[in-house]
Design a binder for this molecule. Structure first.
Ligand code: T4K
Length: 389
């Protein structure tokens, strides 16, 4: 707890005139979206594989350089279907606790027990060197997350999966546009799942997509996404409704033209943050990885209370007083949610790195249209606290 007097002093000195959120969506021109809306109105075709849907799917494949892609109404339904597509609907899946709730919940909704594996302290991704010891007779697959868009150790994970005959699904909700060398990150594993939620680097209001390995798999996903319907009189299996509508698809199409600029703007701001925070004792951040085209989707820092002087929670409170709304992505860990905390793998002693990172992590505001002045102000607040507390 920060004394009220100290909080008041800091907010008097540094309070920003308007709230600054952790992210803001890049918006296309309203006039361009209005033209799409007019076309949708005229056609009266609102959903179910409409013209914008078909065009968005085509353009996304082109942009990402992938062959087999299905759009979804959101990332969570995409992940649910990915597991069904690979027929993983019982037993256990090894996964990370350091992620958004959806990653664990899709396992539960498919009747699968999550088995939590600890994470690496360099990338915050699942620690591949700790996966194999968690594999048992009930293990059906590995569900890993490219946290903040930083690639998992994809080669090591694939080698483990191959040795044990397991499928790999990547929750690539944060990883839009990321490449390892020349290859899209979506090409790794059996299926990669994206999210195009409004808070993501690239958005279609709500939305998502699956990238799979073969035309056969893509067709199966297409049936599963549409109630298992093959034609007006044939239902070939228990599917769900995961279809993206025309309003989302046209919004996404317009956004696709802006995404490279968004990544570039975020890159500039990320490097500014790095430069301004580099000499603040007790604050660390993730560096770029060699050979990776990053997307700069988040600006996470770790706050070491011993060196910085105050805790992550206290820093987040002070920033809020100054009108800066940072977020603790991802605290609490999924393994500490009441619905999963009783699982044997959830014991904190099995997940020391994940628990430590979750207690120290804070994501600072980052989006393409964020003013450099604001980044400078946020860093000034953090710097002053670091030097004065
Ligand atoms: N896997 C991973 C690893 C994920 O991170 C996510 C989603 C998923 C799977 C599931 O994908 P989806 O089914 O969502 O497609 C947000 C998002 O709701 C969630 O999509 C996202 N992860 C997660 C990391 O963040 P909240 O609860 O933090 O969102 P919220 O509403 O507090 O928004 C954060 C800030 O963004 C606001 O303070 C202001 C700004 N904002 C938000 C919205 C919704 C806007 O400026 N405009 C907006 O429309 O969860």
């Amino acid at each position: 707890m920060i004394p009220d007097e100290a909080l008041k002093k800091i907010s008097q000195r540094f309070k920003l005139s308007a709230p600054v959120y952790v992210t803001r969506p890049r918006m296309p021109e309203l006039s361009a979206y209005s033209r799409c809306l007019e076309q949708i109105w005229d056609s009266r075709w609102l959903t179910n594989d409409g013209q914008f849907h078909r065009e968005f799917e085509r353009r996304l494949k082109e942009y990402l350089g992938v062959e087999h892609l299905n759009l979804f109404v959101n990332g969570t339904i995409g992940l649910l279907v990915a597991l069904q597509a690979l027929r993983i609907n019982s037993g256990e899946v090894i996964t990370t606790p350091f992620t958004f709730a959806a990653t664990s919940h899709v396992l539960h909704w498919n009747g699968i027990r999550p088995v939590y594996c600890d994470i690496e302290d360099k990338t915050f991704n699942i620690d591949a060197s700790k996966i194999e010891r968690l594999i048992g007779s009930d293990t059906k697959g590995i569900l890993a997350v490219h946290v903040y868009g930083n690639p998992c150790d994809v080669e090591a994970i694939q080698a483990i999966a191959d040795r044990h005959g397991l499928n790999v699904i990547y929750d690539a909700a944060h990883a839009f546009g990321v490449r390892i060398g020349d290859k899209s990150i979506m090409e790794y594993g059996d299926i990669s799942a994206m999210s195009f939620h409004a808070t993501k680097l690239f958005n279609s209001i709500e939305g998502g997509a699956l990238v799979s390995k073969s035309e056969k798999q893509r067709t199966r996903i297409q049936f599963l996404r549409n109630f298992g319907i093959a034609d007006a009189e044939t239902v070939i299996g228990p599917g769900i409704n995961g279809k993206m509508n025309e309003f989302q698809a046209s919004f996404g199409l317009l956004g696709l033209d802006l995404v490279d600029e968004e990544i570039e703007d975020r890159r500039t701001l990320t490097y500014l943050y790095h430069r301004l925070l580099s000499d603040v004792p007790g604050i660390t951040y993730l560096e770029d990885m060699p050979g990776v085209r990053h997307n700069y989707s988040y600006m996470p820092i770790l706050v070491d209370p011993e060196t910085f002087g105050i805790s992550r929670d206290a820093l987040s409170e002070i920033l809020r007083e100054c009108n800066v709304y940072s977020r603790k992505y991802f605290y609490p860990l999924c393994s500490n949610y009441p619905c999963y905390s009783a699982l044997p793998s959830s014991a904190p002693e099995n997940l020391p790195v994940a628990n430590r990172i979750a207690d120290h992590i804070l994501c600072l505001p980052l989006y393409g249209e964020l003013d450099e002045d604001i980044v400078e102000n946020v860093c000034r607040i953090i710097g002053v606290i670091g030097h004065e507390m």
